[in-house]
Design a protein. Structure first.
Length: 543
């Protein structure tokens, strides 16, 4: 990393950490997916049955694995997990890395310094980039890896260097461990690599026997390896290679239990387009301009961000149209980097790539004339307030609109929406109080039985995670069947409805939340302060 890139990294990383700490310690606003990864990492190290497989195979493991070194300190500093500080420490550097990659793409293009710093700053300060750099979600590592792959593939278009191609494949292979959407980008780029390699071979050496498929194999191998190893380990440990699809805890089950997804059709397509425009307002204007300029210049470079980021956006649109995902703004976040890269590519190409080992079909990079980069930069800047307003809109931004209450408090607003936003901000505060109450009982290990469908927030908040018997424990089923025999004193339950139907306690004892199922006596009922969060009941196990 160059000194200039290093300064960009540390400055943006400090910004994202500061925003994250403010959200966590001052506002106490957390994303459920972020807390669940913290819970998974903590279970790996400090549960009754600590082992790496406790990280789970329903969701991608990268964000939890990256937190393990800092989570290891939570035994001495419980606030690291209680307030998801470990998640912030994971996402902030990754998002700062994405900013560095955008910066390097601009430098590689040979852009004027004003354009390099303008695009870098506008990308780094985009409100969605700031928020997802600060909240510990998987979007930060995913974007970093996509931007890294994009930069390397842009270089490969000129250098034909196997190092550029190989590192692009490695980036997308790791990206699969952050989000499954990486497979869409991997598939699209593999086809592109094979076609381009074949075209170059026929143009330069018509009689060459060099099979273009080798370039495709070199690029796709890390992605296939990542996919295959994760599926194989999941199958060996759980008996299910693709738990994310078939498990009762998986994405399909969550959508069914939560009543999410969409009805499909034109309305779903219109919603997806609205989300993309909210994140990249200038895209409808830039797309025809970028296509025209790339054709006139015979410039392949703008095709790369379209394939990498566009494949992910297309996958999100298709998934939502089929009712296979939720209407979340973050699923279209790739519109932000693709817009930034295209603004950079409106500028003319300048200079040559420095390559470790140019390939057989390396070509000198032509120097273009003219460009519309100032217009692109202006449109990029004008889009930031549009994205900010969209983030605070409850129709376009289900996960972020509660920030309106934090940024623009209005105690005199009695509306139902304002009340809902306050409840969203209060989510997981009940679980923190519940964990504190149980910690004060000084219970021995294995005293409290619960599932982590909703209980993940209790695991992150407790000072003593080994107090809980959770599904990742090897003896969980045995203890669930005979809790009194194994020394369980309390069972934590949620209503047997919605996502609660997947709760292992409810599946074993369908009426336990209502009646105790003749194995326990009601000790406490804890109404939840959070929005769309369940009431808890704490049952004392009958001896």
């Amino acid at each position: 990393m160059t000194p200039r890139s290093s300064r960009v990294f540390w400055a943006t990383c400090a910004l994202y950490v500061a925003v994250g700490l403010w959200l966590a310690l001052e506002v106490r606003y957390f994303q459920g997916d972020s807390l669940s990864r913290v819970s998974a990492a903590r279970t790996v190290l400090f549960s009754r049955d600590p082992h790496l497989a406790a990280i789970g195979f329903v969701f991608t493991p990268l964000t939890a694995i990256a937190q393990l070194p800092l989570v290891a300190l939570s035994d001495w500093f419980p606030d690291l997990t209680r307030f998801a500080i470990t998640a912030i420490a994971m996402s902030a550097p990754f998002m700062a890395g994405a900013v560095v990659q955008i910066h390097r793409i601009a430098c590689d293009r040979g852009c004027a310094p004003w354009l390099v710093w303008t695009v870098t700053a506008l990308f780094a300060l985009n409100p969605m980039i700031v928020y997802y750099g600060a909240n510990g979600m998987s979007e930060a590592p995913f974007l970093f890896l996509l931007c890294w792959a994009t930069r390397r593939l842009i270089r490969w278009c000129s250098t034909d260097d196997i190092h550029d191609l190989g590192f692009a494949g490695v980036a997308l292979g790791i990206a699969y461990l952050a989000r499954y959407d990486a497979l869409a980008a991997g598939g699209a780029v593999t086809v592109f690599v094979v076609i381009l390699a074949r075209w170059r071979t026929r143009r330069s050496m018509p009689r060459s026997r060099h099979p273009a498929i080798l370039d495709g194999i070199l690029f796709a191998s890390p992605i296939v390896l990542s996919f295959g190893v994760f599926a194989a380990i999941s199958w060996l440990i759980t008996g299910d290679a693709f738990a994310q699809f078939s498990s009762s805890y998986g994405n399909a089950a969550i959508i069914e239990q939560s009543g999410g997804g969409s009805a499909g059709g034109l309305s779903a397509l219109a919603f997806s387009v609205a989300e993309i425009v909210a994140l990249g307002p200038a895209l409808p204007l830039l797309i025809p301009v970028v296509i025209a300029m790339a054709w006139r210049r015979r410039d392949l470079e703008p095709l790369v961000p379209f394939l990498v980021f566009g494949a992910v956006i297309g996958f999100a649109m298709l998934s939502y149209a089929r009712g296979a995902t939720f209407p979340f703004l973050r699923f279209y976040l790739c519109a932000v980097p693709v817009l930034a890269v295209w603004v950079i590519q409106l500028a003319p190409r300048r200079g040559q790539f420095v390559s470790r080992r140019p390939g057989t079909y390396a070509e000198p990079r032509p120097t273009d004339s003219g460009g519309l980069a100032p217009l692109g930069a202006l449109l990029l800047a004008c889009g930031l307030p549009i994205t900010f307003v969209a983030m605070l809109d409850s129709e376009l931004s289900q996960e972020q609109h509660a920030l309106r209450t934090v940024l623009f408090p209005d105690p005199d607003d009695p509306s139902d929406l304002r009340e809902q936003e306050e409840r969203i901000i209060a989510s997981f505060s009940t679980e923190r109080r519940l964990a504190q109450y149980l910690d004060q009982q000084s219970l021995p290990p294995g005293s409290v039985l619960m599932d982590t469908v909703y209980g993940f927030a209790v695991i992150t908040a407790t000072d003593r995670p080994d107090t809980y018997v959770v599904p990742s424990d090897a003896d969980f089923t045995e203890v669930l069947n005979q809790p009194a025999r194994f020394g369980v004193r309390y069972i934590l339950t949620v209503p047997n409805e919605g996502r609660g139907t997947s709760d292992a306690v409810n599946r074993r004892y369908p009426t336990i939340f209502e009646t105790g199922s003749e194995i326990a006596t009601l000790e406490l009922e804890i109404p939840n302060d959070g929005d769309n969060q369940p009431t808890w009941r704490l049952w004392r196990v009958d001896s």
